[in-house]
Design a protein around this ligand. Structure first.
Ligand code: 5AD
Length: 347
């Protein structure tokens, strides 16, 4: 095990079989060693900086029906909302004054927002805050639409691949959504020049170690600038409402492996991780993550963006409470910085 972890640290890669072994035979000791190396790798490129992003969840309408997600179209038990351009610009203004230099516009796939409307919002944010980065996280679209948003000024795009196994993908999504289109989107984004993020849920229904290793090898091969992973958490009004949640333990172990596979990646310690375990956010950072994305949405809509149950949006998860987050990070030896926080090869 020790040799395997050393090899991962020096080569930044392992074979399929080696990764299976590293995951299936993990222990507290192997985790400790892995975290130490992951920390060292991260410090080489990013020091002890934690980059912060203001997350604006601008619509919880969605035309898709993913079996795991609380804002899926079939869920009639949620209160739907949409933010206006003015709402979004106000969030950014507030976020800017708080110290945020990246705004992440995340939403369900809501056809109400036309491509040109999104372009206009991106363009306006970049005009008002030329020193800021804009990240879009708005699902699957055509190459031309992604290109239009890039030209309007969008810098980054988050689109989790969800699972790198085609069969597993079909067990998490209705037939209308395909693995192939997901991959097509990710390759478009990269080709256009976005700093691109992919990722997956840990402990999603039907997931095996084989699937996870496929995810890791896909990530290694695709070389995204950003990788977001978090535990699957059931949402009671979805087909997976009775499933068990993924664990923080495996999530942080995988964060460390991803850090060593892609030492320069931007890796968030996600809200889902903070939601399944107290101090989850800190544990993610200690395992090699270097990004936090507190919620900058207007407070009256936060509870409605319920992709899973018991989602945190208070304390360090609230953008307004940057002081609390900075304090949490300081306590474990890290520093939140006022910076766009670009990928080191894209500055
Ligand atoms: N548990 C954890 N993560 C979820 N996501 C969606 N639903 C859930 C859930 N029930 C994740 C997906 C999606 C991202 C925005 O949130 O991976 O890409």
């Amino acid at each position: 095990m020790i040799d395997l972890i050393r090899k991962l640290f020096t080569d930044n890669s392992l074979s399929h079989e080696e990764l299976v072994h590293l995951i299936d035979n993990r222990s507290e000791e192997s985790a400790k060693l892995l975290f130490r190396y992951a920390d060292e790798a991260r410090r080489t490129y990013y020091g002890n900086s934690v980059f912060i992003r203001g997350l604006i969840e601008f619509t919880n309408y969605c035309k898709n029906d993913c079996y795991y997600c609380g804002i899926r179209r079939s869920n009639r038990n949620i209160c739907r909302y949409r933010l206006t351009k003015e709402d979004i610009l106000n969030c950014c203004k507030e976020g800017y004054d708080l110290g945020y230099r990246t705004f992440v516009l995340q939403g369900g796939e809501d056809p109400h927002y036309s491509a040109s409307f999104i372009s206009d919002i991106v363009y306006s944010i970049k005009s008002e805050h030329p020193d800021c980065a804009v990240t879009l996280s708005f699902g699957e679209h055509g190459h031309d639409v992604y290109l239009e948003w890039f030209k309007a000024g969008a810098d980054r795009y988050l689109l989790r691949h969800e699972t790198a196994d085609k069969t597993h993908y079909s067990l998490l999504h209705p037939d209308k959504m395909t693995f192939d289109n997901r991959m097509r989107c990710l390759h478009s984004l990269k080709e256009i020049g976005y700093q691109t993020g992919c990722g997956f849920m840990v402990g999603s229904p039907f997931q095996t170690t084989q699937h996870i290793v496929k995810d890791l090898l896909f990530i290694k091969d695709f070389k995204p600038e950003m990788v977001g992973i978090g535990p699957f958490i059931p949402q009671k009004d979805t087909p997976f409402g009775n499933r068990t949640a993924g664990t923080a333990e495996l999530t942080v172990y995988l964060i460390a492996i991803i850090r060593l596979l892609l030492p320069t990646a931007l890796i968030p310690s996600t809200t889902a991780l903070g939601s399944v375990q107290k101090n989850g956010r800190e544990l993610g950072i200690l395992a090699g993550a270097n990004v936090c994305m507190p919620n900058l949405s207007p407070s009256h809509v936060r509870a409605d963006y319920a992709i899973y149950d018991n989602k945190l949006s208070v304390g360090g998860e609230s953008a307004q409470n940057l002081k609390a987050l900075s304090e949490q990070m300081k306590n474990i030896g890290f520093e939140t910085v006022i910076d766009r926080g670009d990928h080191i090869e894209r500055k």
